[in-house]
Write a protein that binds this ligand. Structure first.
Ligand code: HEM
Length: 460
């Protein structure tokens, strides 16, 4: 495979980025990058009775994504049952997986997302309005709160959004457990560690909260027995009831059957748990990267003001913001929040001369792939231009949302949310990075740690 964009000067105008700032690193991620650089494309590790195999490189990703039938998600993510529930789409295989995924998908389909833009912009504005204009702030924390509020509002409605902070605090032990390496999760469960017990308590609390909302939703009539047009749909209906529960509770698939109570419950919790942590991490990285590269920030602000002139973006505007989209993609390339994902092999196969056996936990890495110099020219350089030159990449080369049948359901929602939040931030004026994060922390939601400290103004 040839690196892209290798010709000097192939990029258009940019004397941008004369000096590459030091990038905060992920320690486990860098270990994988070093393994790949040394040509170790399959690395075996043993942890007690567990056999792990790290498969690195675009070829490995293509093999995994092209052969869903070789793997079981249920076995790979069994320890996440405590977070998502036994029937969660994340832990489902085969026909059950397809049915559950099919019933959730409409809530995050492009048509639905179009209706969420103003809610997302409002949440960003509310968060930015609360700031003291003269004081530095932690952009990761500010946008995490905004993204939690807006995701809960669009997916679960205003009532749930009102409890966003409290719900976030309750969920925290579950999110922390979900961010543990897959091989360690099993040990937390076996040893009933304090982290495991905290997560169990959180799950009990959250169960009661969600069950309550499901009961309320049952009292509502289904939204419609036929596919509504925009004119028929009640204005901002999602703001009161949210998109997810009406669909889970009243939705029917092809043969007229719906989800069981347990299934409704588990898919709701899955969408809450998956919905904001990763997107917030990506937003933290985007703000950091724009703060560290004022030249790109300047160009992004120019694009936002030329296209929107202070307006909140409408769905049709998104296609007119190519640089912002390039910045989102370049952020997800350098800092894919899910820096690894896993599959449990149920079929034997070979990769790079190694035999993978049933029972192996196969781990692949978006982080290591995105920093592979055979795929990306100067991979450590923040260079949104590469996406303007070549907007599409093979799913095995650019995989912030994983791939195959378990590819992230919320990718469109996340990219839109990041774009809208960045528009509202950039519309307020320039900001300066006061202190970069020291490191990238976490595996399934790798985030800037301890903070992304910025202040308004150019710092001049
Ligand atoms: C930047 C933000 C996000 C990132 C980086 C991300 C990343 C991922 C990744 C890597 C996977 C596993 C894919 C695999 O192993 O092949 C996944 C699965 C999933 N994500 Fe996301 N995600 C994000 C946002 C969201 C949002 C906003 C939602 C929902 C509101 C969501 C819902 C899900 C669900 C339901 C699954 C399980 C899909 C399945 O197993 O069929 N994600 N995500």
């Amino acid at each position: 495979m040839q690196p892209r964009n290798t010709e000097a000067g192939a990029h258009a105008p940019a004397p941008i980025h004369a000096r590459a700032p030091h990038l905060p690193r992920s320690r486990p991620g860098d270990w994988l990058v070093r393994r790949a650089a040394k040509g170790h494309r399959a690395t075996r590790l043993r942890l007690g009775r567990q056999r792990l195999v790290y498969l690195l490189g675009a070829d490995a990703n293509a093999l995994i994504f092209g052969h869903d039938e070789w793997f079981s998600a249920r076995e790979a993510f069994a320890a996440l049952e405590i977070v998502d529930g036994p029937t969660s789409v994340v832990l489902s295989d085969g026909a059950d997986h397809a049915r559950r995924r099919g019933l959730i998908r409409p809530t995050v389909a492009p048509r639905s997302i179009d209706g969420y833009l103003s809610t997302m912009a409002d949440a960003a504005d509310e968060a930015l309005d609360e700031l003291d204009q003269a004081a530095p702030f932690d952009a990761y924390a500010v946008f995490r709160r905004a993204i939690r509020r807006s995701t809960l509002r669009v997916l679960f409605g205003e009532d749930m959004a009102r409890h966003a902070d409290e719900l976030g605090a309750t969920l925290q032990p579950l999110l922390e457990l979900a961010d543990t390496p897959p091989q360690l999760l099993v040990w937390h469960r076996r040893l009933a560690t304090p982290a495991w017990r905290r997560a169990q308590q959180a799950r009990t609390d959250i169960d009661a909260f969600v069950d309550d909302r499901i009961q309320q939703e049952r009292a509502h009539p289904p939204r419609s027995t036929h596919r509504q047009t925009d004119a028929e749909r009640p204005a901002a209906d999602h703001e009161t009831r949210g998109a997810v529960l009406p669909l889970l509770v009243h939705g029917r698939d092809g043969d007229g059957s719906g989800l069981s109570d347990q299934e409704i419950h588990d898919q709701a919790i899955t969408m809450i748990a998956a919905g904001y942590e990763t997107t917030s991490a990506a937003m933290g990285w985007a703000v950091y990267l724009l703060g560290a590269h004022p030249d790109w920030q300047h160009r992004a602000r120019d694009e936002v003001s030329a296209v929107l002139a202070g307006r909140v973006p409408a769905p049709a505007d998104l296609a007119r913001l190519p640089l912002l989209r390039a910045i989102v993609d370049e952020t997800l390339r350098l800092y894919p929040p899910a820096m690894i994902s896993a599959r449990h092999a149920v079929t034997a196969f070979e990769y790079d001369g190694r035999r993978i056996r049933p029972g192996d936990l196969v781990i692949f890495s978006p982080y290591a792939t995105h920093r592979d110099p055979s795929l990306y020219d100067q991979p450590l350089r923040f260079d949104p231009q590469r996406w303007l030159d070549e907007p599409r990449r093979a799913p095995s080369e650019f995989l912030p949302f994983g791939g195959g049948k378990h590819r992230c359901l919320g990718s469109g929602l996340a990219v839109t949310e990041l774009t809208v939040m960045l528009c509202r931030l950039l519309a307020r004026g320039p900001f300066t990075l006061d202190r970069p994060p020291a490191r990238a922390r976490g595996l399934s939601s790798m985030r800037p740690d301890p903070a992304v400290t910025v202040s308004w103004g150019t710092g001049a």
